[in-house]
Design a protein around this ligand. Sequence first.
Ligand code: SAM
Ligand code: SF4
Length: 323
Amino acid sequence: MIDGTGRNIDYIRISITDRCNLRCVYCMPETGVQMTSHKEILTFDEIIRLCGIFASLGIKKIKLTGGEPLCRIGVDDLVRDLKAVQGVEQVTLTTNAVELDEHLLPLYEAGLDAINISIDTADPALYKRLTRRDKFDEVMANIKMAAEFGKIPLKINCVPMTAEQKLYDVAEFARNYNIHVRFIEMMPIGFGKEFSFISRDAIIELLEERFGPLTAADVSLGNGPAEYYSIPGFKGKIGFISAVSHKFCQTCNRVRMTAEGYLKTCLQYDSGVNLKACLRAGGTDAELKELIANAINEKPLSHHFGDEGDGDSETKIMSQIGG
Ligand code: SAM
Ligand code: SF4
């Protein structure tokens, strides 16, 4: 649907759990995570019903996220059921790949359209420090398995924050496989506020030192605002998603829904609507549709990350929002 400022909103990121098997330093605290109780999380039936209403409003593309979406039991069935919802054209998922081996085939059979895998470094010791878990070998093996399986398109997402990450080693995934590697700027949300980001220019310089010149590629791959570059000899492309330094709010096509059923219309702000309250109070499809349409109509014009003193009103951490 078209929002109040003329943007076409056709994509939703749905968090299906706030639980995770990693504890990435910029996303979750090391201990003392407040988990939402199971009864407060939307059931699959509730998610499927809402997706039918989203689709009737023109939201045709769904990304499942979390927390770690593969931690939620039955996620493969959810994908299959969402693919069957009238008007839903694409269902994708973002994962840390820790448990991808168990899900790859079922997800493929369920009709999943693409997977984004998050990995911030190809260095095992640093991976352990950044994720506070010892899962590097499993994750690398699972990425290789998914790449060799080859039947579900893959992308790698990496959030640069320190030179120690050896970003050129992460870029190697795009040399060896037909996988696009995207560098995503750290956003000042939750624990992300405690980290700085490495600029796109600095990353390009670093990659050029190692691989030679990067050439801007005039392509749009997937749902997002990534800008892509080619490197000679690489099978995949290198992308940059720079929400803070190269704001793309004017072309934003997305909304988000938390695992608790709160429809969030902008990453930075708490603006949106509590759909669970309406669902569980016996709301009709027409009532839900009106709530959703009104919220999208009022989607904020842009975020104001980095503007001194401007309302950073979102108090949730990223594992609750879904990235
Ligand atoms: N656990 C899954 C994963 O890691 O892909 C899905 C949820 S995670 C919140 C989704 C994405 O958000 C990951 O790629 C993660 O790196 C990214 N992310 C988390 N906090 C962020 C921040 N402050 N700035 C930018 N990206 C962030
Ligand atoms: Fe978990 Fe993803 Fe957050 Fe890392 S970024 S702690 S994998 S939800």
